[in-house]
Design a protein around this ligand. Structure first.
Ligand code: SAM
Length: 254
């Protein structure tokens, strides 16, 4: 999987690519990245990348020409076959607050691509003709407005790369929040007593079946409390078996 990030501030995503598990995945060759500085494709001597919006209004807009040239350069690097061939697995994403909401399900879908091209906006965003011509998906990381797209693109990259085969063990991913529609159970590590607070007895029992049941019940209780909408969604998608429904009954009648 290769991430191509088009940005006016490559140092923001670079810090992420050079750290922690991501850096290891890059070293192992599972993940690759290319940071494309849009300013390199500006053609006046001041390297201007923004201009006033037609129709007036506050703020500036990213001009189409530098972005267009930067995208062409990425397409050339990826090669036409991998860009638009029959078996091409690539997506061009514009991160924007007016895009579709980013979810774990979408992260899983994107983890199947070979090339993800992410356009980071700045100012009031980008000229719409770039979206019409190049963009496959407009994605928002939440219902709020950030000052630029680098953080949003990095959030998407972080959620996606860890799902790529070989980055993290599949066992670690299995019981994570959202993996099967529910939030995660509470977790504890040493010491057994911390500032007077103990660890639930069941976790010290070594009884695997009881631990499994306790964890499922905790997941259901937390999801019901914090995100009841997810429980409805899990039920609709057939993800709750009879055991889970019994536990929900117990939790809600307690
Ligand atoms: N004028 C835009 C609007 O009202 O939708 C907001 C532009 S915002 C100040 C600048 C850039 O930050 C956007 O072009 C986008 O790339 C990025 N951005 C801001 N909030 C975002 C969000 N919630 N999700 C994804 N990208 C976001």
């Amino acid at each position: 999987m290769k991430f191509h990030v088009l940005t006016l501030f490559p140092e923001i995503p670079r810090a992420f690519f050079e750290s922690s598990i991501m850096a290891k995945a890059v070293q192992k060759g599972i993940i690759a990245y290319d940071l494309v500085n849009i300013r390199d494709y500006a053609f006046d001597k001041h390297k201007t990348c923004d201009d006033n919006p037609y129709g007036g209004g506050a703020g500036m807009l990213m001009m189409p020409e530098p972005l267009n040239l930067a995208l062409k350069s990425v397409r050339d690097k990826i090669g036409r076959k991998n860009w638009s061939g029959k078996n091409a697995k690539k997506k061009v994403i514009y991160v924007t607050p007016s895009g579709k909401p980013f979810t774990q399900k979408l992260a899983q879908e994107l983890s199947q691509e070979d090339n993800l091209v992410l356009i980071c906006g700045r100012y009031e965003g980008i000229d719409n003709r770039i979206i019409d011509t190049w963009v496959d998906e407009e994605i928002s990381i939440g219902d709020y407005v950030l000052s630029s797209g680098e953080i949003a693109a990095t959030v998407i990259i972080d959620a996606v790369y860890r799902l790529v085969d070989g980055v993290i063990s599949s066992e670690s991913l299995e019981e994570e929040s959202y993996s099967d529609g529910l939030l995660e159970y509470p977790q504890y590590t040493r010491p057994e007593v911390f500032e007077g607070k103990g660890v639930p007895d069941v976790l010290l029992s070594g009884h695997h079946e009881n631990i499994r049941k306790w964890r499922l019940k905790m997941r259901l209780a937390k999801t019901l409390r914090v995100r009841p909408d997810l429980v409805c969604e899990a039920r609709k998608n057939g993800l709750l078996n009879a055991e889970a429904e019994r536990m929900i009954e117990e939790i809600t009648t307690q």
